[in-house]
Design a protein around this ligand. Structure first.
Ligand SMILES: NC(=O)c1ccc[n+]([C@@H]2O[C@H](COP(=O)([O-])OP(=O)(O)OC[C@H]3O[C@@H](n4cnc5c(N)ncnc54)[C@H](OP(=O)(O)O)[C@@H]3O)[C@@H](O)[C@H]2O)c1
Length: 350
């Protein structure tokens, strides 16, 4: 990003979903990156109206989101369900705000940029009022694929994920804790926030199943990664699995390139990528894991090796904090990118 990110502090920001898993992390990141920011409006559903949250030393009262909530707002960060985003985002845009949306409501619309700033930051300039952030497993995938693909065109990607329960929101985190306690005491559990028992289990089922046998979560990784990389020709397959981990998604990533690339070259290229850290010393038990990545901003990659099944292939292990780079941090970076590029207002109305 070029320019002074602190300029965000001159704007009025609204956070819709301020009480949720992503919203809570969003406020922590704002305190670190923009400690002087004061003009912040915290919004949620009627259930949370009146709740008090302290941000940058100021106590703020959460308000119910209504049609009037966006008056005077420059940027609305929306972290709610897809159905609620579909309803609220157009209202916010009509009120003059730029929307940065975390849901899957708008990601694949042709006039909505889908952005990971380190990969396709300039795409924000084409916004017509809404900018989407990708699914939390797509983001680490493209952070690794982009620099490799710049050096050696990518032909095929196979991504198998190990996704934490926080990716399904606050209720799923509570469910993991409660199920684990109950099961340890020999009790029986009934899944509610997840399609199956998540305590001491893994679930190869995130979001609905489609006619092609993939889940919607897997289809999102396929479609979104091609859009962000501007590469509709890349063959992509994904298997998305929920695991009993609180925070951070892991991805076993297999990338087939146009021609062979040594692991030394791959490491060198990946170590130059902003926002990406190579953590790769297996003989000393050094590789990324959810436990050592949660709470960190960067995406981490390790276990980089030649893919034994293809001469042009690389295999690796990627971990990132789904609430930070997978959601809240990416949203804030998009806002910083918008401000730095001076394109808060759409350049051309669609
Ligand atoms: N979790 C992740 O890793 C991740 C990553 C990328 C994208 N996302 C996406 O981000 C969005 C939010 O996810 P989350 O994990 O933060 O969910 P969450 O923990 O369930 O939080 C949902 C938030 O939405 C609010 N809300 C519900 N109905 C509302 C309404 N009618 N009007 C205004 N606010 C309303 C809730 O407020 P109350 O407290 O009042 O109920 C709460 O603040 C989802 O679309 C998700 O797919 C999540």
């Amino acid at each position: 990003m070029a320019g002074d990110e602190r300029i965000l502090e001159n704007l009025t920001l609204a956070v819709v979903g301020a009480t949720g898993a992503v919203g809570t992390e969003f406020l922590r990141i704002i305190e670190k990156r923009h400690p002087e920011l004061r003009n912040l409006k915290l919004l949620a559903s009627k259930r949370s109206a009146g709740k008090k949250l302290t941000v940058n030393g100021v106590e703020l009262v959460v308000e119910e989101t209504t049609a009037d909530s966006f008056r005077g707002v420059d940027i609305a960060f929306i972290s709610v369900s897809t159905a609620v985003s579909l309803e609220l985002a157009p209202i916010a845009v009509a009120a003059g705000a730029v929307v940065i949306d975390d849901s899957s409501a708008f990601r694949m619309q042709p006039d909505v940029p889908l952005v990971v700033p380190e990969v396709n930051g300039p795409d924000v300039e084409a916004h017509q009022g809404i900018i989407a952030i990708p699914n939390c497993s797509t983001t680490p995938l493209v952070m690794v694929a982009h620099p490799l693909g710049q050096a050696n065109p990518i032909r095929r990607i196979v991504a198998d994920t190990y996704q934490s329960v926080s990716g399904a929101g606050g209720a799923a985190m509570t469910e993991l804790r409660e199920q684990s306690l109950t099961l340890l005491k020999g009790g029986a559990v009934k899944p509610e926030a997840q399609p199956q028992q998540i305590g001491f289990n893994v679930i190869p089922h995130i979001d609905a199943f489609l006619d092609n046998g993939y889940t919607w979560e897997e289809q999102k990784m396929i479609d979104e990664s091609r859009k962000i990389l501007h590469s509709p020709e890349i063959a992509v397959s994904a298997t998305c699995v929920r695991v009993p981990v609180y925070v951070s998604h892991s991805v076993a990533l297999h990338i087939e390139l146009d021609h062979p690339m040594s692991t030394a070259e791959a490491r060198e290229i990946l170590s130059q990528m902003p926002g990406l850290q190579v953590m790769d010393d297996p003989s000393n038990k050094i590789y990324p894991m959810p436990w050592n990545v949660a709470g960190q901003d960067d995406v981490f990659v390790g276990r980089i090796r030649q893919d034994a099944s293809h001469p042009n292939g690389l295999a690796m292990w990627v971990v990132s904090d789904n609430l930070r780079k997978g959601a809240a941090l990416n949203s804030i970076q998009i806002a910083e990118e918008l401000v730095a590029r001076d394109c808060l207002k759409p350049r051309v109305r669609g």
